[in-house]
Design a protein around this ligand. Sequence first.
Ligand SMILES: Cc1cc2nc3c(=O)[nH]c(=O)nc-3n(C[C@H](O)[C@H](O)[C@H](O)COP(=O)(O)OP(=O)(O)OC[C@H]3O[C@@H](n4cnc5c(N)ncnc54)[C@H](O)[C@@H]3O)c2cc1C
Length: 287
Amino acid sequence: MFDTVETFYRPGTVREALRLLQDGKNRARVVAGGTDLVVQGDRSIRFLIDITHAGLSYVRRRGKACVIGATTSMAALEDSPAIRALADGILARAAATCGSVQIRNMATLGGNLANGSPAADTATPLLALDAEVVLADARGRRKSSLAAFYSGPRKAASGKALLVEVSIPAPPRGGRWSFQKLGRTESDISLVNVAAGLQLDSQGRAKWARIALGAVAPTPLRAVNAEKLLLGRKLDESALAEVCGEAAREVRPVTDVRASAGYRREMCRVLVRRALEECAAQTGCSL
Ligand SMILES: Cc1cc2nc3c(=O)[nH]c(=O)nc-3n(C[C@H](O)[C@H](O)[C@H](O)COP(=O)(O)OP(=O)(O)OC[C@H]3O[C@@H](n4cnc5c(N)ncnc54)[C@H](O)[C@@H]3O)c2cc1C
């Protein structure tokens, strides 16, 4: 697979990784778990820079935010008590659906996002949680919203920047959450995935809502019109039907070997409904 690779580096720091990336020009590539990179088999790569020893595997609290190092594995997220406790565990649940046990032991959060796949399972919970990514390059570090980080299909972190950390602000108090995934088999890539967050007022009306969708547009996205439709409404049958219909109109799915665009759109409607119903059920609200 990598018979064209001349040198494999394993830097101990982010600074060293960035220097190697800079020196390697367009022929150097970062590798973390390798579960996407190896499959892609890009024969233009001459230098591989393994960042798994650069001190980026951690889950920490910083102020009110939860911060996750880029090379934290899916298995570590799945098992982390802090991630399981955050937002009804939607990120831990999403991580637990990424491929097999063997894949999850290798696959990293940073790789899942930087790979730029619209179907990345951790992207939707992180979009719903208003997460930010921290990028490092020769000029220093900068923060970006996760939404801005995705610029198009398979276009995420720019060539010379490293994604070093994901930062999740404290979710709204009393909010309830759901992650839904539809794949052909348990360990398959998503045909559609949905993450939702909902906060109801004392009258049972939605006062805050997030609906994020994956595998149904060039990038993971938030269904902002559907979110707006929910605000101030009780989650009854007619509101649910309107909101799910709006979410299905906001997506731009494609037909590929896994599913048709029409099926994906219809499954958006179904999964958004399931997600909102799960959020509502957790608040004790009966529909
Ligand atoms: C059998 C199989 C099943 C899978 N199932 C799923 C699934 O169900 N859901 C899902 O979402 N994914 C799935 N994947 C895809 C893959 O496992 C994930 O996307 C994984 O999280 C990628 O992480 P990695 O560390 O292996 O990335 P790598 O392969 O190491 O890197 C991926 C890309 O990102 C770049 N990169 C990596 N880390 C950084 C960084 N910190 N900063 C900048 N660039 C970086 C690399 O240069 C490369 O271009 C599956 C893959 C396989 C092979």
